[in-house]
Design a protein around this ligand. Structure first.
Ligand SMILES: [Zn+2]
Length: 68
């Protein structure tokens, strides 16, 4: 079963890229996004932030589907 909590991605012990994975619901489907944070103490995304990104993803998909 998938875990939809924010995950910290460890590449190796020396890696300082602070990579994370967050799950965002887009059109009823859980979608994973990966990104790096500058500050490892930064809290997980709020629902509001996730909502904004979901809108961006939907907008991007729409634009891509309209491209000929
Ligand atoms: Zn890394």
């Amino acid at each position: 079963m998938a875990n939809y909590e924010m995950e910290i991605i460890h590449h190796n012990l020396d890696c300082k890229c602070h990579r994370r994975r967050e799950w965002i619901e887009v059109d009823g489907k859980m979608t994973a996004i990966e990104f790096s944070v500058k500050n490892p103490d930064e809290p997980p995304m709020s629902d509001e932030e996730k909502q904004k990104i979901a809108e961006l993803i939907k907008q991007t998909r729409k634009e891509l589907s309209q491209r000929k």
